[in-house]
Design a protein around this ligand. Structure first.
Ligand SMILES: Cc1cc2nc3c(=O)[nH]c(=O)nc-3n(C[C@H](O)[C@H](O)[C@H](O)COP(=O)(O)OP(=O)(O)OC[C@H]3O[C@@H](n4cnc5c(N)ncnc54)[C@H](O)[C@@H]3O)c2cc1C
Length: 427
């Protein structure tokens, strides 16, 4: 099968955000090519998360995260309902295990209400136990709109929509370098199908690779590329019958909503993610600079290593069984009947953070021409949690943003003949 060398739009990265964006743009009648460096879709962060549809309780009012989470969760429930994607509105209990933590619950409730959430309620110990008889707590915050979704089924359904509208997916197709030309871009694609393609609009939805992709766009001002903080989240699974049907969360910790409990669509109880601070990459200079955290348990101090290989060795997805003790301690605080022998290492994901604390510049960034000065280019940076929940909304606003900045006009289309070197992309 062969594909032409020019597309109205290229989307780089077939995770949930890239697939949702390709679907959105294909709906507008554009020709869309979705490029993915892995052999399949959604093999990175989009399949290494908690699959939770977040309600929007944690995020600072007025931020893109807060808005995208609230709007995105509505779109997601609606889409899942219509397309019969496995999902459940199982609700969340954030537990206080002592009287001091109640203040955290009250602050979360107030924040959630500022974000527009309704139905939030602090339950007494007795009320919480009426919801979950195995739960041990002082009190709990009930979040009624939280739920779960089968992420892979979601990505397949979105991709099917995009392909029905003519979008083309190329896997094992890493984008190595991008040249900015008049009215568009030329992309060098490596991997098994080395090729060059051109396009009028380019969406960078490369997740953990977004900064690197931007760094390799000729003419992109490196000084405005946000730093990439890599923060791993490990999960453990619990053998045997699942003890709770709600999502059970501890109060949030720096960098994460905390090691929570959930029961997946196969009935498997899973706990996580924790926070393991891996390192940071600074893309502001010609050569990226690599740093690791001196202590992976706290983000206090970074050490420069300038060795890409050593950095990559740290950023792996294996789960260290030695982390079990901390998991046991945290689960026992709300589930004293836990049998630690039933807890096994599960899987891990890595959060593409832009800062260390919530006070840092840690909102989602959708960077367009008004910031980077390159017409037709949109970059997603820092799409950590709640990126899954927000994906349909992020795709809508990114597509609309581009349309406002560069109104789409098919007459601007670059003719492939203008760039006679373009080979076919054979898949
Ligand atoms: C531990 C953890 C738990 C989470 N839990 C939740 C949750 O419960 N709810 C929620 O809403 N969100 C959650 N998230 C966040 C959510 O998973 C992410 O926000 C979302 O998956 C990001 O999707 P993405 O498409 O931006 O990135 P990705 O899924 O990483 O996709 C990017 C894709 O780009 C590809 N790529 C990279 N570079 C290139 C290149 N040069 N050329 C071609 N392809 C390239 C990659 O291979 C990858 O497939 C969690 C995240 C983590 C890490």
């Amino acid at each position: 099968m062969e594909y032409g060398g020019y597309y109205d739009t290229v989307v780089v990265g077939a995770g949930i955000v890239g697939i949702a964006t390709a679907r959105e743009l294909a709906r507008w009648g554009q020709t869309v090519l979705l490029l993915e460096e892995k052999a399949g879709i959604g093999e990175e962060t989009s399949s290494r998360n908690s699959e939770v549809i977040h309600a929007g309780i944690y995020y600072k009012p007025g931020t893109l995260k807060a808005k995208a989470c609230l709007q995105g969760s509505k779109l997601l429930y609606d889409f899942a309902e219509k397309r019969h994607i496995p999902h459940k509105n199982c609700r969340k209990l954030i537990v206080a295990t002592n009287s001091r933590e109640v203040r955290t619950l009250e602050a979360l409730l107030a924040n959630g209400e500022k974000n527009g959430l309704v139905g939030l309620e602090i339950l007494s110990q007795r009320e919480a136990r009426a919801c979950e008889e195995n739960l041990s707590c002082h009190s709990a915050l009930l979040v009624p709109s939280s739920g779960m979704i089968d992420t892979h089924q979601l990505m397949l359904a979105l991709l099917a929509d995009a392909e029905n509208d003519g979008a083309v997916l190329a896997t094992s197709a890493p984008v190595l370098r991008t040249e900015v030309i008049a009215n568009g871009f030329v992309l060098d694609i490596g991997g098994v199908h080395e090729a060059r393609v051109s396009c009028g609009r380019l969406f960078n939805a490369a997740g953990m690779g977004a900064q690197s992709l931007a760094h390799n766009i000729d003419g992109f001002d490196r000084k405005i590329i946000p730093p990439l903080y890599a923060v791993k989240g490990n999960y453990f699974s619990l053998c045997g019958a699942a003890p709770f049907s709600h999502l059970i969360y501890p109060p949030p910790v720096t960098g994460s909503s905390g090691r929570h409990y959930r029961c997946d669509f196969g009935g498997q109880a899973i706990i996580g993610p924790d926070t393991e601070w891996l390192g940071m990459i600074n893309y502001k200079n010609k050569a990226p600079e690599y740093f690791v955290f001196a202590n992976t348990e706290t983000p206090d101090r970074l050490i420069q290593i300038n060795d890409q290989q050593a950095w990559q060795q740290r950023a792996h997805y294996r789960v260290d069984p030695g982390r079990k003790e901390d998991f046991v301690r945290s689960i026992l605080s709300y589930y004293p009947q836990l049998n630690p022998n039933k807890l096994e290492p599960g899987y891990a994901g890595i959060r593409p953070k832009l800062g260390i604390t919530s006070q840092d510049n840690s909102d989602f960034i959708i960077m367009d021409e008004t910031i980077h000065g390159i017409p037709g280019l949109v970059c997603f940076f820092g799409i950590e949690s709640p990126g899954l929940t927000s994906s349909l909304y992020l795709a809508q606003i990114a597509a609309a943003k581009l349309d406002q900045v560069v109104p789409y006009d098919p007459r601007e289309r670059i003719s492939p003949q203008e760039y006679g070197f373009l080979p076919k992309l054979a898949l």
